[in-house]
Write a protein that binds this ligand. Structure first.
Ligand code: SAM
Length: 254
């Protein structure tokens, strides 16, 4: 076995989260041509030097959260070194790290990392997520605390995205995003199928300004979708009719 493969295999056993995260960051960086690792480190340092970052860096995490933040539950979002970088790269991939002020809407914004990075780049940010009381206890507590710490709590509208119901947001946006999507009843009996996605994407189009972009990243569901991992053939076809499909990522541009 190659030395590189042995190291990867050992790292997977010893620190599976760490390795997975390094691979995600490396892949995301590769999707941002012209933006280097040094640029990423510089941008993260600038964010952490700002008022939000300083508050965040100095916040003493309770031991319990400190232990859980490397886990899969929502406490993982306290791992600011990682989630800050993920969201800097999400913004770069959409060209939001430079250029004119944009009106941005992030659906299922959760902790608010993407909103905080967009705000750092001087954009107008709008989040949309469930009321805290409709979330499980851990999510409600973690998201409320992080929304405040990241300074985006007042930028988030509370509501539920439901199948065949228009989004309850005002006006049109330059950029609409949805990362690690769960509002499609992910991994449940009621997971959205092609017709629900068609309604949703038609509605989204109506909320985009001319020249606007919608970017969505789906969560995997290998058991339901052994072929494409994220959707069935019919849904993939609908996504194709609206825009570009690359694995988990669907992009619609007007
Ligand atoms: C896996 S988290 C992703 C958070 C964030 N987008 C990110 O990538 O870091 C999924 C988010 O979707 C929200 N969500 C789930 N179902 C929803 C629904 N029906 N309407 C609105 N938000 C929903 C959850 O509250 C949670 O914040």
């Amino acid at each position: 076995m190659e030395k590189r493969n042995i190291i990867q295999m050992l790292a997977k056993k010893v620190a599976p989260n760490w390795l997975g995260r390094q691979l995600i960051l490396r892949r995301s960086l590769a999707a941002c041509p012209g933006f280097t690792k040094a640029d990423l480190d510089r941008c993260a340092a600038e964010f952490l030097d700002g008022p939000v970052g300083i508050g965040f860096r100095n916040f003493p995490l309770p031991l319990e959260i400190e232990e859980r933040r490397k886990s899969h539950g929502s406490s993982k979002y306290f791992d600011f070194d990682y989630w800050l970088r993920v969201n800097i790269l999400r913004a770069v991939a959409l060209g939001l790290n430079s250029g004119s002020r944009k009106r941005v809407l992030d659906l299922g914004c959760g902790p608010g990392w993407f909103l905080a990075v967009c705000k750092f780049h001087a954009h107008e940010v709008n989040g949309f997520d469930l009321p805290y009381c409709d979330m499980c206890k851990e999510d409600g507590g973690v998201y409320m605390q992080l929304n405040r710490m990241l300074g985006v709590d007042k930028d988030i509208r509370r509501g539920r995205i439901s199948s065949f119901s228009p989004l309850r947001v005002d006006g049109k946006f330059d950029v609409i995003t949805a990362f690690m999507v769960c509002f499609n009843n992910h991994k449940s009996e009621q997971t959205w199928k092609a017709e629900q996605w068609k309604f949703f994407l038609e509605d989204i189009k109506g909320h985009l300004k001319a020249g606007g972009t919608f970017r969505m990243e789906l969560n995997p569901d290998q058991r339901s979708y052994p072929k494409f991992k994220y959707y069935d053939t019919e849904t993939k076809e609908i996504f194709r009719q609206f825009g570009n499909v690359q694995g988990s990522t669907i992009t619609l541009s007007l």
